[in-house]
Design a protein around this ligand. Structure first.
Ligand code: 5AD
Ligand code: SF4
Length: 451
């Protein structure tokens, strides 16, 4: 066995987990990550079950891989992530050619599962929730060559929004101790990483052991991370409005390297629907927090997730969501049609909004958000932005790509030697999905420019 291929669906937390699966199998079995599944001896699918469509994709993909295995029976196929966690043994009943089933909290056990599968010549399933174990059993992160990286600091969710499968697939809230996070981040920065995105399903509910006495919240962790020399930019995602406290709002004023951009999902602009969703916040409370954030960090960009067609959503509820969008003027956001998820409380509510109405509402909402986002992009034209150079452009490898503070890609002419530097860039054009720019100073720039 030599080669490993991993296909990842879903969120950034899954991307982080996939990296860690590769790390753990490189150490235990010397497996080398390849980007062509045909070359692989072990195929892993890291799955997502947040919405119906995401879960459906899993069995289509496994169907493809089944044909590989018919040709090479020694091939090992593993399924991890939230669908694995949700389905457990059932997944093997539907796809009996799968050899390994493991959940987000058992990926560190992959080497043992693989050994057992090879020795006993039978499939292995382990989708337990041994929260405290995972991070203690992962190897140090090996060398990498990117300017940006994810660090998971918190997992799971105790909020139990009625539509959401996460508390059932990732388990209850757990925060990693601060010293572990600081160590992992320092290692990444030593390897050339300049921007870190802290990840958690409920990242701002973070409360981790400080290593000394007691625990600290996200604001405390951010302040400690910001002192790491060489780290130029910090982000965190995804947040819950009810955990955005005064301390965290103050962090946006005080911590210069904290990007002036926050993803703060609201889901709906109707209090009636928010109550049915069990969101634990009202529209007014949400607006109040946004206002205070904007005082703390003028120009901060806000993005959100929205669900349209939640059970019982009327035209008036949807109109309230559109009103909220106009009041906040969100930047690039994510929006979805409600879909029923296994084990969630909303299953008891009738999925009452017809599909055609959901489609129409989604189109209206996305049209408005895209218009706002395009407006923000257009407003950047002619300004100078601090851009972190991340590598060659995907479309044209002769061009350099970077990221603005508000998380937009900028393509420009430049030297690949600049990768990892934060440079002053004049934005020259706003295209639908990216910006074009011109490097003004090929020397490190201040991060705190107007957005
Ligand atoms: N249906 C539609 N969208 C959902 N999301 C979560 N669960 C569902 C569901 N059952 C969306 C929410 C969440 C994002 C990650 O996915 O907007 O914030
Ligand atoms: Fe799901 Fe709500 Fe928890 Fe977010 S806060 S992960 S939407 S239950």
């Amino acid at each position: 066995m030599q080669n490993l291929y991993i296909k990842t669906y879903g969120c950034q937390m899954n991307e982080y987990d996939s990296e860690r699966m590769a790390d753990v199998l490189a150490v235990s079995h010397g497996l080398h990550l390849v980007d062509d599944p045909v070359l692989a001896d072990v195929l892993l699918l890291n799955t997502c079950s947040i919405r119906e469509k995401a879960a459906d994709k899993v069995f289509t993909q496994l169907g493809f891989w089944r044909s590989f295995k018919e040709r090479r029976p020694e091939l090992v196929i593993g399924v991890g992530g939230c669908v694995a966690s949700q389905e457990g043994e059932r997944l093997r009943r539907r796809a009996p050619y799968v050899d390994l089933v493991f959940g987000p909290q058992t990926l560190h056990r992959l080497p043992d599962l693989l050994d057992a599968c090879l020795a006993e010549r039978r499939p292995q399933v382990d989708v337990a929730f041994p929260m405290l174990e995972k991070f203690d059993h992962l190897p140090q992160r090996p060398g990498r060559d990117g300017a940006t990286a994810f660090v998971t600091i918190q997992e799971g969710c105790d909020k139990f929004c009625t539509f959401c499968v996460v508390p059932h697939t990732r388990g209850r809230e757990y925060s990693r101790p601060m010293p572990d996070i600081l160590r992992e981040t320092r290692t990444l920065v030593d390897q050339g990483v300049r921007e870190i995105t802290l990840l958690g399903q409920n990242v701002n509910a973070y409360r981790g052991a400080t290593g000394l006495v007691g625990e600290g919240g996200l604001a405390d962790l951010l302040a400690r991370l910001a002192r790491i020399p060489g780290l130029l930019r910090l982000r965190y995602t995804t947040s819950h409005p009810s955990n955005l406290d005064d301390e965290l709002i103050a962090a946006h004023a005080n911590i210069e390297i904290l990007a002036p951009h926050l993803h703060l999902p609201v889901q709906s602009g109707s209090d009636r629907i928010l109550r049915r969703m069990h969101r634990k916040h009202t529209v007014e409370q949400y607006l109040d927090k946004i206002e205070r954030l904007r005082v703390a960090r003028p120009g901060i960009q806000i993005s959100s997730d929205f669900i349209v067609g939640f059970p019982g959503e009327t035209d008036a509820d949807f109109a309230a969501t559109m009103e909220l969008i106009d009041a906040v003027r969100f930047d690039q956001s994510f929006s979805f049609k409600y879909s029923q998820r296994p084990n969630t409380p909303a299953l008891k509510l009738k999925d009452s909004v017809p599909e055609a109405v959901k489609d129409a509402r989604l189109a209206v909402l996305q049209g408005r958000i895209n218009g706002l986002a395009q407006g923000y992009a257009q407003a950047l034209v002619g300004t100078r932005q601090a851009v972190l150079m991340t590598g060659p452009s995907r479309r044209d490898p002769q061009q350099l790509t970077g990221k603005t503070a508000c998380n937009r890609s900028v393509n420009m002419a430049g030297s690949m030697d600049w990768v990892g530097q934060m440079l002053d860039v004049e934005i020259t054009a706003a295209l639908p999905n990216s910006l074009r720019g011109r490097v003004v100073h090929a020397a490190p720039a201040s991060q705190r420019l107007a957005v």
